[in-house]
Write a new protein. Structure first.
Length: 305
């Protein structure tokens, strides 16, 4: 079997990994980040068109909507998703068909879609957002416009609380974060007095109210890297603790009980990455017209940065 580094050279490949995937995958990735960071990295990773050069290969180690987003933003690259079965339940809670039906009844509404949506859904919306820039995206929309926010009702309600902007919320959620209750958060705080509790904006507003900070994964990493605190309670998918511990060897990180775990993210393994590159399998293919339509709301989001 060829080594991963040799395969990367032969395939002109770069490996992108989300903060939630297994540590062994993060360790071999060229870049590890959150959804927004991965989207920007994919956008900047395009075929330079030079004669005689191999096409770029982008290995997206995350869930399916992330691989689709990488292909949308880097259409000339070969995008591999090592485990196609690694999906996102939240993304499946809204379909392009259901959204088109809603829009037909509310044609003047601006539709804001969390990036945790399928390519087909993105093609039907006005602008995308991530957990790190959702407030900025909503604030950018004229005050006289009605807004539909989808699919995460928790993130949407947390944005409403922060911006005081009225929005219609789609009835979707991240099952992993939605299972975190105020009781779970309070037990953790009692067990680790003085340790800042950091939670993800996909959590219930009642959990966010208890937390010291509500941050995206990138925001959490920045906070713990810069904080003088020595112990932190992390209220998001436990895969992020791997990177936190690597970057902060002198600090302690504890998760909630039970530890929030995304089974789809954990399908990504080192073996699956090597297999995808060695056999150039699980190539992400999307119709050009769909990619063109879905690219517009993503780029509108990126251009707000």
């Amino acid at each position: 079997m060829k080594s991963l580094e040799l395969l990367k050279r032969e395939r002109n490949a770069i490996i992108l990994a989300h903060n939630y995937v297994a540590g062994e995958v993060q360790d071999v990735a060229d870049f590890v980040g959150d959804s927004l960071e991965l989207a920007i990295k994919a956008k900047n990773f395009c075929n330079d068109g030079s004669a005689g050069r191999l096409r770029h290969t982008l290995v997206c180690c995350g869930v399916s909507f992330m691989a689709e987003t990488a292909k949308i933003l880097s259409p000339d690259s070969v995008v591999l998703h090592p485990v196609p079965a690694a999906g996102c339940p939240m993304a499946d809670m809204v379909t392009a068909e259901s959204l088109r039906a809603w829009r037909s009844a509310h044609p003047a509404t601006v539709v804001v879609a969390y990036v945790n949506t399928t390519a087909a859904t993105k093609a039907e919306v006005d602008i995308c957002c991530t957990s790190s820039n959702a407030e900025r995206v909503v604030r950018s929309i004229p005050a006289d416009k009605e807004i539909l926010f989808l699919p995460d009702r928790n993130l949407g309600e947390n944005v409403i609380n922060a911006t005081r902007r009225k929005m219609v919320l789609w009835d979707g959620c991240c099952p992993i974060h939605d299972r975190i209750t105020p009781e779970i958060a309070l037990v953790a705080k009692a067990a680790h007095p003085g340790a800042p509790l950091l939670v993800h904006p996909e959590c219930l507003p009642s959990v966010v109210a208890i937390a010291d900070k509500s941050l995206s994964t990138a925001g959490m990493l920045k906070f713990v890297n810069e904080s003088s605190a020595q112990k932190f309670i992390i209220g998001t998918e436990y895969g992020i603790l791997h990177r936190m511990r690597k970057e902060n060897p002198g600090k302690e990180f504890v998760t909630l009980a039970p530890a929030p775990s995304c089974p789809d993210m954990k399908l990504l393994t080192l073996e699956s990455v090597v297999d995808a590159l060695e056999n150039m399998r699980h190539v992400v293919e999307l119709p050009v017209a769909l990619m063109d339509a879905a690219r517009k709301p993503i780029e509108r989001m990126i251009n707000l940065q």
